[in-house]
Design a protein around this ligand. Sequence first.
Ligand SMILES: Cc1ncc(COP(=O)(O)O)c(C=O)c1O
Length: 364
Amino acid sequence: MTIRVPIAKPALGAEEIAAVTRVLESGMLISGALVAEFERGLAERCGRRHAVAVANGTAALELALRALEIRGGEVLVPAMSWPSPAHVAAWVGATPRLVDIDSRTWNGEAAGFVAARTAATTAVIAIDQFGVPADQPAIAAALPGLPIIEDSACAIGSTLAGQPCGSFGAISCLSFHPRKVLTTGEGGACLTDDDGLAEQLRILRNHGQRTPGVFVCPGPNERLTELQAAIGLVQLERLDGMITRRREIADAYRAVLPALGLELQQRPVGATLNEQTFGALVPAAVGAAGRDRVVESLLKQGIGSGILSYALTQIGSLVELGQSAPIAEQTVARGFALPVHTAMTELDTAEVIAAVKRALDELD
Ligand SMILES: Cc1ncc(COP(=O)(O)O)c(C=O)c1O
């Protein structure tokens, strides 16, 4: 099975190669000027006082919980996601409380979090899923007294009411994994306006050191390297261009796919999207079996596709919690992802659409 249009492809070119080469030639591989410059660029782009670059998005979430001193109780997490937000909650000693998503935005929304809040709730991780902003201001307003971590792993470059994703949480977290719009290979960042939290995050990512040789708490090594920061700086310069191209592809899909009977993630009023992942749901009547047939047909036709996400109530590491989230479970059962990346041509986009039509026709 040859895949002609992969589901994702990082937008890396001569500039990134030159930037990495310069770092290699310099011999300065960690803790240099480029990480600091990348952090300044991220903070500016996301409208925050501080960015603390770390090894990956999961590390960003873990350090965020640790900096906020969340060690127990229940952490509210949307029930459809890559497992990281729930895993880090469990990892720091809390119980993940999986909150069902909104069927239109596929995000955890204020009412769901409020209904799930109990006296045991210690924090909320609110995800901007697939780059679609959750209504973070409404979530914060509805949950006074609770620290809110914005999981913007997928959402750099998206905005809500003119405000960038990554600007909303007490701490917001980014990922630079290769499936994300901006990549450094592995990589991530915590964003905050709080000077004390920023200092704590810098200590935590670096073996618990406040200054060289002064260890104030046990801590991991979760630093980003200069090589990664060099790539990130080039990617940050190109972010708007990459998003523009992604929007053209996603808009072409949006213009056609609903008429074929597919349900799409809804764009909240006042949001602009970075189009990190383009998902679609097969009709409820055909269910998971129909979705599997669509994905198989797309792959046979040379089009990259796969399942959309995970229902965290159902994955092996969390199933023992015994929680349920019917909308997340249905969305995951019916959902599949389609290719969106900057290397796609208009012909590729048209080919994907034609392949989806054929795959759906085969279901009849
Ligand atoms: C919502 C969400 N949070 C966190 C992560 C973890 O990011 P990373 O892969 O950089 O650890 C991901 C990764 O896909 C994600 O989708």
